[in-house]
Design a protein around this ligand. Structure first.
Ligand code: GLU
Length: 418
């Protein structure tokens, strides 16, 4: 069978193909880009990649590097340390605005150049080269292949980096930059000149979607780091169109002036589009259309909320005086665990055996685990012996408090027999 997902992406590619917008030309090398290139790549958190169009063409990552460098700065310095130097408020300004928060002297967020240059300088490294190598190493691990700098783009951009240089000197005057401004701008420019394809970017985005876990199970970034990065992408990722983007598309995103655009749907997929013509905000014009379409078609707006599993729990053996079996199914988070507890509240006090069958549950998050254990503790206090069916060990060490640990069985029959 040919997967319908790629066919769907082909269809989106054609539907969003128009030639409005202009290729960025303030960096001479970018002006040479073929404006008609257009590709979409979608990577799942477990490493499957679907694509359509020009997804193997290399282009410079530009500002899409910013969230990843910010992640590394936090991993190196801790969140508090980074927040002291870079705020997380949307600025509404253009990406290269020469401005700082008047009261604190901090750049407003790490997605505009002032904040991104400061974040670059906060990455650990004995010298500017080590810092830059560590940054490119992280991008490579996230993309799953070795990435390198496009030297032509780098030279071209460094030759026209007066504005970024001004920003770096400004940061230095307010003690937000310890290092030599030209060194930092050089490193920052190298980070922006890393060559990627849409597939690379989709893979990098998918690691953010997976709480920092690569498809092979390696934990590349801490969960707290990815949460911070995605929050900032959601509020500040789309230049001065961030509010419009959040309401219409509702996917944490970051765009770059070379025409790349990534979106991250937490827990699900990383998406990347490449198309060099930019709209008036500096975002890929076709890229924005693709995301609007995907968000609408696939219900990806994060404020839409995922539906809670309706039949998370069901009481079987209804009329049995001796025992009651509660069958639970699906992943358990707060909402599903609440349903389970609600069902358990129907259990009158007494010594009737309660079997909680978890064999159709695959994952229980921390809050759901605590809720379930508390439910078990209360059943126990009400006089019930409780047995668990948990062949996959989804609820390991089920210490329910007050020294009570329910017996665990591999199947319901065994649990009922005892
Ligand atoms: N390297 C570019 C700059 O600093 C990145 C701009 C962008 O992609 O928004 O001007």
């Amino acid at each position: 069978m040919r997967t319908p997902v790629s066919d769907y992406l082909d269809e989106v590619l054609h539907a969003c193909d128009a030639d409005d917008g202009e290729v960025a030309d303030y960096i001479p090398e970018l002006a040479k880009a073929d404006p008609d290139r257009f590709g979409i790549a979608v990577a799942t958190v477990d490493g499957e990649v679907y694509s359509a169009g020009a997804v193997d063409v290399e282009f410079s990552i530009q500002s899409i590097s910013k969230p990843f460098t910010y992640a590394l700065a936090i991993a190196d310095q801790g969140l508090e340390g980074v927040l002291e130097h870079i705020d997380v408020e949307p600025s509404g300004d253009a990406f290269n605005e020469i401005s700082l928060e008047p009261s604190t002297g901090r750049p407003r967020n790490p997605m505009i150049n002032a904040g991104a240059i400061a974040a670059h300088a906060m990455v650990a490294g004995d010298d500017a080269d080590t810092r830059t190598s560590r940054i490119i190493e992280l991008y490579s691990r996230l993309a799953g292949r070795e990435l390198s700098v496009d030297e032509a783009v780098f030279d071209s951009e460094l030759g026209s980096a007066d504005r970024n240089m001004a920003i770096a000197y400004m940061l230095r005057t307010v003690d937000r930059l310890d290092d030599d401004p030209p060194d930092v701008v050089r490193g920052y420019t190298r980070q922006c000149s890393v060559s990627v394809t849409a597939v690379d970017l989709a893979r990098m985005a998918a690691v953010l979607a997976a709480n920092g876990v690569a498809p092979d199970g390696t934990k590349i970034l801490d969960t707290a780091v990815t949460r911070q990065v995605l929050s900032v992408m959601a509020s500040c990722g789309m230049y001065d169109a961030a509010g419009d983007w959040l309401t219409t598309v509702g996917i944490p995103a970051k765009s770059g002036v070379a025409g790349g655009l990534i979106g991250v749907l937490p827990g699900q997929v990383g998406i990347a589009v490449f198309s060099p013509r930019l709209d008036r905000h500096g975002n890929s014009a076709r890229g924005v259309r693709v995301f609007e379409r995907l968000s609408r078609d696939m219900g990806m707006h994060m404020m839409e909320g995922t539906e809670a599993g309706r039949s998370a729990v069901r009481a079987a053996s209804e009329h049995d005086d001796e025992l009651r079996v509660y069958e639970v199914a699906g992943d358990l988070r707060f909402v599903e665990a609440e349903r389970v507890l609600r069902e358990l509240t129907g259990e009158p006090e007494g010594d009737r055996l309660v079997v909680i069958d978890l064999h159709r549950v695959h994952r229980i998050n921390d809050v759901a685990r605590r809720m379930l254990l508390e439910g078990i503790r209360r059943l126990h206090l009400d006089g019930h012996p409780v047995r668990l069916v948990d062949p996959e060990d989804v609820l390991p060490d089920p210490h329910a408090g007050e020294g009570y640990v329910p017996e665990v069985f591999d199947d319901a029959k065994a649990a009922i027999k005892g």
